[in-house]
Design a protein. Sequence first.
Lengths: 947, 123
Amino acid sequence: MSPALIAALPFIGALLPGLLIRSGRDVAAISCATATAAALLGLCLHIPAILAGEVVTARFEWLPQLGLNANFRIDGLGLLFGILILGIGLLIIAYARFYLSRRDPVGVFYTYLMLFQGAMMGIVLSDNILLLLVFWELTSLSSFLLIGYWKHLPEGRQGARMALTVTGLGGLAMIAGMLILGNIAGSYDISDILNAREAIQASPLYLPALLLILLGAFTKSAQFPFHFWLPHAMAAPTPVSAYLHSATMVKAGLFLLARLWPVLSGTPEWFYIVATTGLVTMIIGAWIALFRDDLKSLLAFSTVSHLGLITMLLGFGTESAAVAAVFHIINHATFKAALFMTAGIIDHEAGTRSIARLGGLRRLMPVTFLIGTIAALSMAGIPPLNGFLSKEMMLEGATRTDWAGNGSLVFVMVTLGAIFSVAYSLRLIWHVFLGPERHDYPHKPHDPGLGLIAGPAILAVLVVLVGLFPNTMVGWLVDASAAAVTQGTQHPHLALWHGITLALLLSVIAIVGGALVLARYAGLEALRARFWRPDAKVMFDALTDWSLRLSHRLTDRFTNGSMARAFAAFSLTVLLCGGWAFSTGGYGGASRPMLPISVVPLVGWVLLMVATVCMVAFHRQRVLALVLVGIIGLIVSGCFVYLSAPDLALTQISVEVVTIILLLLALNFLPKRTLRESRDGKRGFDAFIAALTGLGFGGLAYAVMRSDFALPSIANYMIENSHKLGGGDNVVNVILVDFRGYDTFGEITVLGIAALTIFALTETLLLGASGRRLRNWTHDSRRAGARHPLLLVVITRLILPMSLVVGLYIFLRGHNAPGGGFIAGLVVAIALVSQYMASGFAWAQERNHVPYHALIGAGVIAAGATGIGAWFAGEPFLTSVYGYVKLPGIEKFELASAMGFDLGVFLCVVGAVMLALNSLSRIARQAGETVNAEPMDINPSRSKGGR
Amino acid sequence: MELLLSSAIGMLTAAGIYLILRRRSFAVVLGTTMLSYAINLFLFSTGRLVVDRPPILQEGATAYTDPLPQALVLTAIVISFGMTAVTVMMALGAFLEGGDDRVDMPRADREPDLARSREDFRA
């Protein structure tokens, strides 16, 4: 199975619960499990190839210009993580089915879970760091949804937000780091980066890149001082904690460290930053875990500690330590997932997971006791369980490590951490399962059904089997993944007994020390309570509070609810930025000669200036202002004609008509006059800002027009190839439908969305308070005597076929002469609107059977289909072809595929304009506008008899 | 000619900004319309001013004006219609729903409520 398909299967699976949840939670769970199992099967089919040392890849170009390729690879490391993610994912899917209550929306849960699973698979199978970043952010988002799954719990929401803030910020840093890394290596493909070790480590940007990437990895893997989000994420349902916080998400950071280990490790910077962070995290996590009362919180801090251990091993930079790290990733995932599920069972069955309220569950829940004990002993590193094996290898590595010339510091500290680790593991067994039975459990505890117990039981069996037969069980997987991490061949000997070594001695010290610590637990706890302890949540809240207050202080000054103030601040900011940019930008001065001023433009200019001044002066009389706007628009289109832009002139003038009609229709329901409100001083200030901005923008326009192009214009390419490639003589139209067709496609989509927004707004307006207001509407201005005058009706009817033909003509000739879909669409819309104006919108609407929504949709589809058509010819999206057609009776004419695209533009424009106007007419109907039975008020053809 | 066009652009901008700073929605809509004119003209003028050389290929024509800004502005004109339509509908909606056509938030709602937004953030 292709690696890309393996990564895609969970995403496909994410769609299923939504479709199937009505058939019940069993079906939803089975559908997810099927997708997961299929992906796991596909992954396992690659095992022989990977064990033979191959790397399975699948490559797709996505955005090759950016170096972003959808490349996937499966090597030993990807295989290891893939098996963990999918294997434990299967167990979690089954477990969650029985864990979640009847009231929880299970379909949503499975969708989130599968999304998360897909994102994780994407991370571990990506062969491109940009692609990896996409999946990385996706894990942050989907884990946010999962942690906050119980939306009604404030802790859940806060924990989710904290996790997103911390891991999201780390992710941002990592993006920067990855970009630097890819820049040094000259490629964003991991395969290439792995070969660029020397170049990367010699680069002066190595340290910044390392720090940024580590920031991402450490926040994700909850390394000190970013460890605080993980315990708060425990507000999630237990299946989520078991999945995200034992096996997968928190291991994503470790995965990244392992993935980039061949290129980043081996330097003193790597050793001191990574190994030290890991060591400190390991000790602090274990120390805090020892004193947690909440079972899940204890496990969370223990996870922090174990993640620190693995980070430290990767930080050592030696091959044997990397092998130990990989091995411990497997072991930790098995025993920790089992423990989380056990904690969930206890919570589920006993009604609490507070250790203070538990104890003596040994006889009440014997199977749970057995599973929990095996897993906890493995966590403590007791032989012959799998935790012992990797811990021994870790101690072995620690004894061989110098820290700043000090040969014993690391292993002494590590042993201290191991002592705490043994202590909290034993405490978990002791204080939860052993001890006297109690009578005050919230529920009567008993072993759960097979559904809940199966998952942890399987994992516990694995814990024992891996411990007893490590080489048979996971030797091959450790070999393959360690080989992928170290980029060499590794055949470590995994065994329980290595003879009497220093590591064994340290293990014994840790076990005995841990037991002693537990024996003196009460005293230690009292001692700890005397010291001040920083509370990360308080600090985090203070920090968010502070930033909230700061942003309030900043934004309240500019946006206090007064739009004028916000706009004024905006205008002044733009002016300042523009002035600053201009003064530092090195303007070359006027280098182009001025065009001579002739009489006609001068007259137009005077008209425009006078109209603008009048428009501002009389803007409170709204209808008059609209007339003046029409004049200004007319002159602007005249300006386009004069300055060699016939297409623009046509567009401007037709848009002008539609806009004025729209504003007039709206004005019907708005006050006809604007009251004078602002004080003189305020108006003077506004005028000052306006004048400054006008001067600035006009000056900028003048400076641009008088200077030559700084770079050679790409216009020549368009002009030369317009006919050759696009088959059209109207270069503007060819640019719109061909060279920059994608932009146009976006633009008609936006136009369609705008029209649909207007439609949706109208729907809301017809309901509620405004709907009632409209029903009781009294018109504030005198109405015309004849609402549908005879003359207008007759003339518009006469004009209609002609204007439709004009529209068709403009459309057809658009490729070679001024015109095209935009203008034709507007012309046809105007022709239709004039009908609507003459006989009333509703009357005309009843005679029109084409829904405007459908017109917009058909337009977008037609444009898109034309673009897709190019694929069948093996060309990129929206490549056009053209040819000449000879039909009998008419001249030979040209037919270009771009015409289909232009047709889409045409339909979309007609639909959007008409839908906007239609919405206004519906408002008018609500306000009591009646529908006339006749097209005109006085219909001579119907008048009987006559004189 | 450049002087005429740039002064017109400046004038339209000034008128647009002045109207946008008014308190009533219709004036703001008119202001955005004026600003659209100014901006479209400016974008168009970045192709520099050329008389009598439309970008339509013809036998015998030797030079053409820059077609690219024209293509940009053509869609910009249509999009600014869409924008005007949406804003005017919003203005209409606000007037029908709220009973007046002021653009400012009512004074009573303006006080920045830090405590509440903090609550919202924590909850």
